[in-house]
Design a protein around this ligand. Structure first.
Ligand code: PEP
Ligand code: MN
Length: 337
């Protein structure tokens, strides 16, 4: 961290900053030019982050040098993390496809989708039992009954199941059934929930918040890992912008950036990312090209009747087409699928 003092800052202001920093046990390196004095903090400067240095008299600007995340960063962990979900390895050179409906709606319908996506080559099953709906009057999910249906589908197909946990009070319950605990975009900064899933050993998939920066996204993962759970998968699912033709703007630049900054696997959810079924396939192929470790795709045999997110769900033939092209792209980019 560097503290840049104002031009002509009083000596006592400079001394005050140095004294406060040293009180925290941090060393300083002073560079006094003809106009400006720059105070460099040396060593572990973590503690200085809580000091409101920018408000100190005479301070012009505070420039952080170290990244705020440690455990998720590549600096301390250069090799890729592989998250093992019941034998399915997420990360590295593998490409995994998670597919299923937005919500578990009923037993027979869910089992049918599960059988279909398995046959078409998906590696994991998705489905919401606790749904984060914008309206309290919309379908809220089947709750524990939905989780039981997912387990039945796993038993039959062998596919691990991914489902959202919305509330810290439900973590133990959902972890009894699920193979991956999904943290939804709206909960990405629910720090209590992040701490709770950090105490579980189940893999956690964190979806990027609707208005979150990449740094905030990584800090959410830092919460989970610092809580003791290293099995974290990140998921880019689009962010809010001014564009109205899509539900969100799918930020594919996030993928190679996150791969530079972090060792954690990152997958893409183009279904929520664009919110319209007709461009899910091209964005999926693009996700392979930018280096994603996988995809999460919403599939429904009859989107018109879906209880949630029908407009972005792929019918069976469209999912088949997506899988065919994604497999081809994965071969071109040397990914194992
Ligand atoms: C979902 O995957 O069902 C979901 C609600 O996604 P998001 O949290 O990204 O909106
Ligand atoms: Mn959905």
């Amino acid at each position: 961290m560097m503290i840049i003092m104002r031009e002509g800052a009083a000596e006592r202001d400079i001394e005050h900053v140095i004294e406060k920093v040293k009180e925290l046990g941090i060393d300083v390196h002073i560079s006094a030019g003809p106009f400006l004095t720059v105070i460099g903090l040396v060593g572990d400067t973590t503690k200085a982050r809580d000091l409101p240095l920018a408000t100190f008299p005479g301070v012009e600007r505070v420039v952080p040098i170290l990244k705020p995340f440690k455990l998720v960063g590549r600096e301390f962990h250069p090799s890729d993390t592989l998250v093992d979900v019941r034998g399915v390895k997420v990360g590295g050179n593998n490409f995994v496809v998670i597919a299923g409906p937005c919500s578990v709606e009923n037993r027979d319908g869910y089992l049918d989708i599960a059988r279909f996506v398995k046959k078409t080559g998906a590696h994991m099953l998705r489905g919401g039992a606790f749904k984060p709906r914008s309206s309290p009057y919309s379908f809220q999910g089947m709750g524990e009954e939905g989780l039981k249906i997912m387990v039945e589908a796993r038993n039959e197909t062998g596919l691990p199941i991914v489902t959202e946990v919305m509330d810290a009070r439900d973590v133990d319950l959902v972890a009894e059934y699920a193979d991956v605990l999904q943290i939804g975009a709206r909960n990405m900064q629910n720090f209590t929930l992040l701490k709770y899933v950090g105490q579980s050993q189940k893999p956690v998939m964190i979806k990027r918040g609707l208005s979150s920066t990449i740094e905030e996204f990584l800090m959410a993962a830092e919460y989970v890992i610092s809580g003791g759970n290293e099995n974290v998968i990140l998921c880019e699912r689009g962010i809010r912008t001014f564009e109205t033709y899509t539900r969100n703007t799918l930020d594919l630049s996030c993928v190679p950036l996150v791969k530079r900054l972090s060792h954690l696997p990152i997958i893409v959810d183009p279904s929520h990312g664009v919110g319209r079924w007709d461009i899910v396939e091209p964005m999926s192929v693009a996700s392979v090209a930018v280096g994603a470790h996988g995809l999460m795709i919403e599939v429904h045999p009859n989107p018109e009747e879906a209880l949630s997110d029908g407009y972005e769900s792929l019918k069976y033939d469209n999912f088949e087409s997506l899988m065919k092209n994604v497999k081809q792209a994965a071969r071109v980019f040397g990914k194992g699928i």
